[in-house]
Design a protein around this ligand. Sequence first.
Ligand code: S3P
Length: 179
Amino acid sequence: MTGPRSIRNLALIGFMGSGKSSAGRLAADVLHFTFLDTDHVIEARAGKSISDIFAQDGEPAFREWERRIVEELTRREKTVIATGGGLPAGQANLASLKNHALVICLWTSPESIWERVRGHDHRPLLNEADPLAKIRELLAAREPFYRQADVLVNTEMRSVREVAQHVIHQFHMAQSAHR
Ligand code: S3P
């Protein structure tokens, strides 16, 4: 990264089911920011669901969509961005987010993630015989990236509202520090 950071946006990263969209929506309401979910932008652009992109075009095509959306995000202001769980596992994606956003990772244990996502069928990466094992494997691979967030927020035992409040507080502190 070059030059001082410009913290204009707030990016939430973290595993599937960590509550990025729910907490992000709430934080955006309170901050009077726009809320943007990268998965929704991709679905709208591609004209199909994430599951269909994975099934018809493959995961590399989906990651390419993510890379393109991340580039566009650099032009955003006053936006709370909820990213797909695998997006920050591209080092360039993470570095790009950090140029314009405070990056906050919502951290959740594999067991809680499984509790939250079971019964949902729109997450193609978890269509596995042993989804909990897959969650553990993906989480272990992504942990080094998630840990590069500016702030880690443990979501265990915290309501969505509490997570959102914490996120907002961290954002205000970062903004005053970078002013
Ligand atoms: C993915 C997470 C999903 C979605 C896609 C891939 C991942 O987003 O981008 O299914 O690689 O972890 P959520 O984290 O919003 O579920």
